[in-house]
Design a binder for this molecule. Structure first.
Ligand SMILES: Cc1cc2nc3c(=O)[nH]c(=O)nc-3n(C[C@H](O)[C@H](O)[C@H](O)COP(=O)(O)OP(=O)(O)OC[C@H]3O[C@@H](n4cnc5c(N)ncnc54)[C@H](O)[C@@H]3O)c2cc1C
Length: 298
């Protein structure tokens, strides 16, 4: 990747469609030159750096439903695509029923950036380092997508197909992310290892979410997600399976942490070496499961 030698935003056309249908049609008609944006915190940086060269930026923030944040005890939580992270962090219903999401959002950059950055933008950007993606996966998130004239739902579990790559098609616009009502007595923890606390991306991120579950041999279900250690946000299924089938002991936690480490395939970059990342996956997964286990038994 070569950076733009004369940083500054290139010329582009700002498009403000009147409806979702108009936005979607415009994007579909300009498949290689137009992209939707929300807070723009990834989009404008990539444009400035010359990595993205779109001619049209399609603002979708103002469209119907994008600003909704709605909780229903039966059906769960819906967060409109344009809801910024600070609003998620401040939300009483999020803090009461989905505190893991607020905790993860709180680790993203600083306050100013979070007044623009959105959860849906974090998800659609599909960086393996996206800090809120693990919580969205662990909480069984689904995207509401408008495309080709109709609305559909996409589970996040199959949404990520590579760094920056998702199952979205040209003309698709994500309008919201939704989560089912959380299982009773569920607790979670996001651990972000980074070089500083001033908004750095993670070297490793570990999400742990656990709850009592009568259908597993251990009596508990744990959902795990790892950031910055694979081409996509990674769910270490073998580690989850160990925690479902064996009584939760120190030995079980160590085995699950080892399985998480085995699943990771990190690269070395300026933030950390592959070897270091792998070891930290094991250590932080053990730490996260232990923290959640203590909260479950508090
Ligand atoms: C200084 C700085 C610090 C940062 N620190 C962090 C950090 O600590 N952790 C972290 O995870 N991220 C970090 N980021 C990255 C960024 O802020 C997040 O990924 C943010 O959540 C993106 O949200 P957004 O609304 O700004 O997305 P946008 O930039 O608007 O969009 C991001 C991507 O999603 C696509 N998209 C947007 N809306 C839609 C839609 N409705 N339907 C389909 N596709 C859509 C866009 O085309 C683009 O590809 C940082 C960025 C900066 C500039």
């Amino acid at each position: 990747m070569s950076l733009n030698p004369t940083p500054g935003l290139p010329e582009f056309e700002y498009i403000k469609p009147a409806s979702l249908d108009e936005a979607s049609r415009f994007l579909a008609a300009h498949p290689d030159t137009a992209r939707p944006f929300l807070g723009g915190t990834d989009t404008f940086v990539r444009m400035r750096d010359g990595v993205w060269k779109d001619r049209y930026l399609v603002d979708v923030k103002h469209l119907a439903g994008m600003d909704d944040l709605v909780f229903n005890p039966q059906t769960g939580l819906t967060i409109g695509a344009a809801v910024n992270m600070n609003r998620v962090i401040r939300s009483d219903v999020v803090n009461q029923h989905y505190p893991l999401l607020a905790q993860a959002a709180q680790t993203v950059a600083g306050y100013q950036l979070r007044t623009r950055a959105t959860i849906v933008g974090n998800v659609c950007n599909a960086s393996p380092a996206g800090d809120t993606i693990g919580a969205c996966l662990a909480l069984n998130g689904r995207l509401r997508v408008f495309g080709a004239g109709k609305t559909r739902e996409e589970p996040l579990s199959s949404f990520f197909i590579g760094p920056g790559k998702t199952t979205l098609q040209k003309g698709d616009i994500v309008t919201a992310v939704s989560f089912p009502a959380p299982p009773p007595n569920a607790v979670g923890q996001y651990i972000k290892l980074n070089r500083n606390n001033m908004g750095d991306l993670s070297i490793v991120g570990v999400t742990v979410f656990g709850y009592p579950d009568g259908d597993t041999a251990s009596g508990y279900r744990f959902r795990l997600a790892l950031a910055s250690v694979a081409p996509v946000p990674l769910v270490p299924a073998a580690a989850e399976a160990i925690l479902a089938r064996q009584p939760i002991t120190e030995e079980t936690i160590a085995q699950a942490a080892q399985a998480a480490m085995d699943a990771a395939s990190p690269i070395s970059d300026t933030r950390g070496s592959a070897e270091y990342r792998k070891m930290m996956v094991r250590n932080l997964t053990a730490k996260g499961i232990t923290a959640v286990w203590r909260k479950l038994n508090a």
